[in-house]
Design a protein around this ligand. Structure first.
Ligand SMILES: NC(=O)c1ccc[n+]([C@@H]2O[C@H](COP(=O)([O-])OP(=O)(O)OC[C@H]3O[C@@H](n4cnc5c(N)ncnc54)[C@H](OP(=O)(O)O)[C@@H]3O)[C@@H](O)[C@H]2O)c1
Length: 288
């Protein structure tokens, strides 16, 4: 590795690179040239694997402030104090009906999807302010725009991320730091498998008033095949990330997949009652 070349590249920090969107975006950005990608992961075994694959990887667990601090300090040491962009991607989905979510389970969802991401963002902002430029890219979701049954915890975390991000974008106007939200619909990844594990670990399905319906939820989460309609590969997200990194005028929101465009439109034009009916049907269709 030529040290001078590495210094001229724009450093990009990505969270949640063990699989799915984070892994794909990290690999493809590193190949694209011009970027020094820090592909972070929660577990050391994934950090070792990513390093072995030739990616520059650090451990970063969004649930652990020390790990966030350590990763940022190490990155800045390696880059001479520079960081061009942060792609806040790491997150998970906690399925379960709202009334079956304990305070701890809901807190854990927020710890990772919102608070860890927020802490990391606040740590890197002074660096970007000193540079007079930077990009913050938030991986939100179509479920940050509309809600579906049994997704309350995840919905709430992504709605909160949307709110915080919209505010941050306004507060950073004129600073040279641009903030964008990516709104993926269904994308091929380990999201469903990880959500199934969270469901099994945290939801007492046998003692729930939703017990019957949970059988269908479990069937959907456990199924290896049968992706949701209109599912795209992670490269669809990559395209938006590249625009958010490289455009002089990055968008506030990037929609990915047909359902996201559709629901983003419907939520603007439909009265709540009618939108609810459509979303209840969609939830039912998902969990047949
Ligand atoms: N796939 C979709 O359909 C879809 C749709 C809309 C939005 N999204 C969003 O896309 C992003 C990436 O998800 P994905 O679809 O690529 O799913 P994925 O394959 O499950 O990847 C999620 C990543 O987040 C990481 N993560 C979980 N907890 C973490 C923590 N405490 N600290 C740091 N990283 C953590 C996971 O690491 P471990 O392997 O260690 O758990 C994994 O690397 C998420 O923000 C998700 O909400 C996905």
């Amino acid at each position: 590795m030529n040290v001078c070349d590495e210094k001229n590249k724009k450093a990009v920090l990505i969270t949640g690179c063990s699989s799915g969107i984070g892994y794909s975006v990290a690999k493809e950005l590193a190949k694209r040239g011009g970027y020094r990608v820090f592909a972070t992961a929660r577990q050391q075994k994934d950090v070792d694997r990513l390093n072995a694959e030739g990616l520059e990887s650090l451990r970063l667990d969004l649930a652990d402030s020390n790990s966030i601090q350590f990763a940022v300090t190490e990155l800045l040491e390696r880059t001479g104090g520079k960081l061009f962009a942060l792609f806040n991607n790491g997150a998970y989905g906690q399925p379960g009906a709202v009334e079956d979510l304990s305070r701890e389970v809901l807190r854990e969802q927020f710890e990772i999807n919102l608070l860890g991401t927020h802490e990391l963002t606040c740590l890197v902002l002074p660096v970007m302010r000193a540079q007079g430029e930077g990009r913050i890219i938030q991986n939100s979701s179509v479920l940050g725009l509309i809600t579906l049954k049994f997704r309350g915890a995840y919905n709430a975390s992504k709605f909160a991320l949307e709110g915080l991000t919209d505010t941050l974008r306004m507060e950073l106007k004129g600073s040279g730091i641009m903030v964008s939200l990516i709104e993926p619909g269904p994308i091929t990844s380990r999201f469903r498998a990880n959500a199934f594990a969270a469901f099994q670990k945290n939801i007492d399905s046998e003692n729930s008033p939703h017990q019957q319906l949970y059988h269908s939820v479990e069937k959907r989460l456990a199924s290896e095949e049968g992706e949701a309609p209109f599912t795209l590969g992670p490269e669809a997200v990559l395209k938006r990330v590249i625009h958010a990194l490289e455009s002089e005028h990055p968008k506030a929101r990037y929609y990915v997949t047909f359902p996201t465009y559709l629901f983003a439109f419907l939520r603007r034009i439909l009265p709540v009652g009618l939108l609810d009916r459509i979303l209840i049907r969609t939830s039912g269709f998902e969990n047949r």
